[in-house]
Design a protein around this ligand. Structure first.
Ligand SMILES: Nc1ncnc2c1ncn2[C@@H]1O[C@H](COP(=O)(O)OP(=O)(O)OP(=O)(O)O)[C@@H](O)[C@H]1O
Ligand SMILES: [Mg+2]
Length: 253
């Protein structure tokens, strides 16, 4: 469904992404994992041409995306940006309706679908007439997810979509999200720096560092067969922190 073939991105001489290659099969969830500044967002944005690759080739559904009009390409790709990207002067309902309107849906259909998505993402129906800045960060992110999903795009790009949520809400929204039936057929690329999220959501993980992919494979490959100390430490550190905290709480009781 998605093939990235030796893609790179330079910003004024800075190599933000270096010679990255991966493939995402239909219905798979691929996670781009790594610390801040390693090139995750840049890689993701090259897939819908919000950023043009400096070199390399990207194919989506067998077509070279550089030959496609960006606005046509983006109709089949739902996108949740890192800062949620909601339009501040649009209500929640108007934000969610952006793509359906472009696609020429009837107002009644837009309303029905909007209601259904708000419900699925556990947002009260009366939020429809609110503006983004009247919502919490986590609620805004859920509206952004609804907006990206409403037209049922075959591909979904998610940049830290649960980033503004506290750990408890995050775990529950992530679980609800992962269980949405529509997502079983959707091909997803998810950006995160959270090892737990990557292990829970990813069929395939690309661990990035300084613009390059250090290791990619199934979650178990990275966890059990790290190719180097960096990969080992990246997973080990975050997982060990949790078990150490758990152990401390347990012994303090
Ligand atoms: N428009 C730009 N112009 C110049 N440099 C940029 C631009 N966008 C990103 N960069 C640089 O490219 C590198 C990768 O940035 P990117 O946003 O892809 O990182 P990231 O992995 O998404 O980080 P984070 O987890 O903090 O969101 C960084 O060093 C960043 O400063
Ligand atoms: Mg980013």
């Amino acid at each position: 469904m998605i093939i990235a073939d030796h893609i790179s991105k330079h910003f004024n001489g800075i190599e933000a992404v270096k010679d990255v290659s991966f493939q995402v099969g239909e219905g798979e969830t691929m996670v781009l994992l790594g610390t801040s500044g390693c090139g995750k967002t840049t890689t993701l944005k090259m897939l819908n041409r919000l950023i043009e690759a400096t070199s390399g080739r990207i194919e989506i559904s067998g077509r070279n995306i550089s030959e496609e009009k960006p606005e046509i390409l983006r109709r089949s790709i739902g996108y949740v940006s890192q800062n949620n990207g909601l339009f501040p002067h649009f209500t929640v309902a108007e934000n969610i309706a952006v793509v359906p309107k472009l696609l020429g849906w009837q107002p009644g259909d837009i309303q029905n679908h909007t209601g259904r998505w708000l419900e699925q993402l556990k947002l009260p129906a009366h939020f429809k007439s609110k503006y983004p800045d009247e919502l919490s960060g986590g609620q805004q992110q859920r509206v952004a997810i609804a907006r990206a999903l409403i037209a049922n795009p075959p591909i979904l790009l998610l940049d830290e979509p649960f980033g503004a949520l506290d750990p408890v809400t995050r775990a529950s929204v992530r679980k609800d999200f992962a269980e949405l039936p529509v997502l079983r057929e959707t091909t997803i690329v998810l950006v995160t720096h959270d090892v737990h999220e990557a292990l829970q959501m990813g069929d395939h993980i690309c661990l990035m560092d300084k613009g390059s992919i250090v290791q990619q494979g199934k979650p178990g490959d990275l966890l059990l067969r790290p190719v180097n100390e960096f990969v080992h430490a990246f997973f080990g550190q975050q997982l060990e922190d949790i078990s150490r905290i758990y152990e401390r709480i347990r012994t303090e009781r």
